[in-house]
Design a binder for this molecule. Structure first.
Ligand code: PDD
Length: 285
């Protein structure tokens, strides 16, 4: 049992009720955020809330709360659930109405938030990395919005799992975009590369932090597009997200990436990321 937030109240998840006519349930008509909590601190909360604003604006759902109000809810959720490290999930749907594709005239958004424990990266991944499979990116043209309509992402991820991989790396118009639930980096000859932000990928909060850390530490990094062939010839490949941090990909389409082990730049960036996390405390609102 965990304590969740629903439309103004905190309650056990077993007591929460949402109408089956909610447009999130009927149409997947909503947006979400996933925010990590490290040592009790909401990690990069302003960045996550700004992206939430952007997703809401993109699908024309009004932002129900101020950032300050959201931060208060998130703090309460952290306190009411156990563990110093948690993953907070926010979901806002357009609300409950008689089924009709068009937006209802008067509708109140449904606001839901929950917490799950955030597990550290397994030792096996740290030492051996993960395998990934390249697949055609058949998602829509607004991948920069974090919407709950994730069926294409789910099918792609499952296709990767069925092929023996852990994550799908997506290809659109001959260029690599991102993972089904992660952003992508590659390194070649000591230069780190990641596709530029735009409608083809989610502007990951972890991605942005890695770009920032690379610049601060004078590592060579470039936000540039690359092809599947360039990816296949990479020295290192990483996948990043708020729940998995930085994952080293050591097998791509069944072939070893370089020597098939997590690389030195991954180790360096992981160390920088961990020390940033340790020094991080939320900015005062
Ligand atoms: N997913 N790209 C996609 C398609 C994602 O779903 C995610 C994260 C990312 C990484 O973004 P961030 O670093 O802000 O977590 C990139 C979350 C974790 C999820 O859906 O559970």
């Amino acid at each position: 049992m965990s304590i969740i937030y629903l439309n103004g109240d905190f309650m056990p998840d077993t007591e929460a009720m949402i109408s089956p006519l909610d447009r999130g349930f009927i149409f997947g008509d909503g947006v979400y955020e996933v925010i990590p909590v490290y040592n009790g601190h909401l990690f990069r909360i302003s960045e996550h809330l700004r992206r939430l604003d952007n997703s809401l604006q993109g699908v024309r759902i009004p932002q129900p709360y101020s950032h300050e109000h959201w931060t208060g809810i998130m703090h309460q959720l952290v306190e009411r659930n156990q563990g110093r490290n948690q993953s907070l999930y926010i979901q806002i749907t357009r609300g409950v109405a008689k089924r009709d594709h068009a937006f209802p005239a008067k509708i109140t958004p449904t606001v839901f938030a929950m917490s799950t424990p955030l597990e550290p990266l397994a030792d096996k991944i740290r030492t051996s990395g993960i395998s990934a499979v390249t697949l055609a990116d058949n998602r829509w043209e607004n991948c920069h919005l974090k919407t709950i309509a994730l069926l294409p992402n789910i099918l792609l991820r499952q296709q990767a799992l069925d092929a023996g991989g852990s994550e799908a790396i997506l290809i659109r118009n001959g260029e690599v975009t991102e993972g089904s639930a992660s952003n992508l980096f590659m390194a070649k000859d000591s230069c780190i590369m990641t596709p530029p932000k735009g409608p083809r990928l989610l502007p990951g909060i972890t991605r942005d932090l890695i770009v920032e850390l690379a610049h601060e530490n004078k590592l060579s990094i470039s936000e540039t597009n690359f092809t599947p062939d360039e990816l296949a010839a990479a020295d290192e490949i990483w996948l990043t997200s708020s729940t998995k941090e930085i994952l080293p990909v050591t097998q791509l389409d069944g072939v070893a990436v370089n020597d098939g082990l997590p690389g030195p730049l991954w180790r360096q960036m992981t160390t920088l990321f961990q020390s940033y996390k340790e020094s991080y405390s939320e900015p005062v609102a």
